[in-house]
Design a protein around this ligand. Structure first.
Ligand SMILES: [Zn+2]
Length: 146
């Protein structure tokens, strides 16, 4: 048992159906946690409570969660960028077509091959994570080899 613990699990509550940590709703039960530092009690869903329980206190868990979210968002940004590059490259090579609305405005680009689009995005994504010297010159990449 860790004597430096700063949170205490008070018990299970059925009065709350929302997790105060992640906002998930419709929970049958929540775990009531007392933050010994601040004296504040919170109701967390079982999943978040189990994670929070691994940290020294709620502040530490919040800080860790922020870091986790930052990493997740960075990952999402990289994927978005990879898809955007793949789209531009395929659109430029006319390996796809545009959908138009009734006003004749291009609204959505459809890749000729979803598989190629995803493969190319994957390549861009991997390329982002490669050290500088190992990066592929994507502008020289032959789309026919996809
Ligand atoms: Zn939660």
């Amino acid at each position: 048992m860790n004597e430096h613990r700063k949170i205490k699990v008070l018990g299970i509550s059925t009065d709350h159906d929302q997790c105060e940590c992640c906002g998930k709703e419709g929970l049958k039960k929540t775990v009531t946690i007392l933050d010994l530092d601040s004296g504040v009690t919170v109701n967390y869903g079982v999943v978040c409570a189990a994670k929070a329980d691994k940290y020294d206190g709620l502040e530490a868990w919040k800080a860790a969660k922020k870091e986790i979210n930052k990493a997740v968002n960075k990952e999402k940004d990289l994927w978005n960028q990879a898809y955007s590059y793949a789209f531009r490259m395929l659109a430029k090579a006319k390996m796809g077509y545009w959908e138009y609305n009734e006003k004749g405005q291009a609204t959505k680009w459809i890749p000729e091959s979803r598989e190629k689009y995803e493969k190319l995005a994957q390549m861009f994504y991997e390329n982002f994570n490669k050290p500088l010297g190992e990066k592929i010159r994507m502008d020289k990449f032959d789309l026919n080899t996809l």
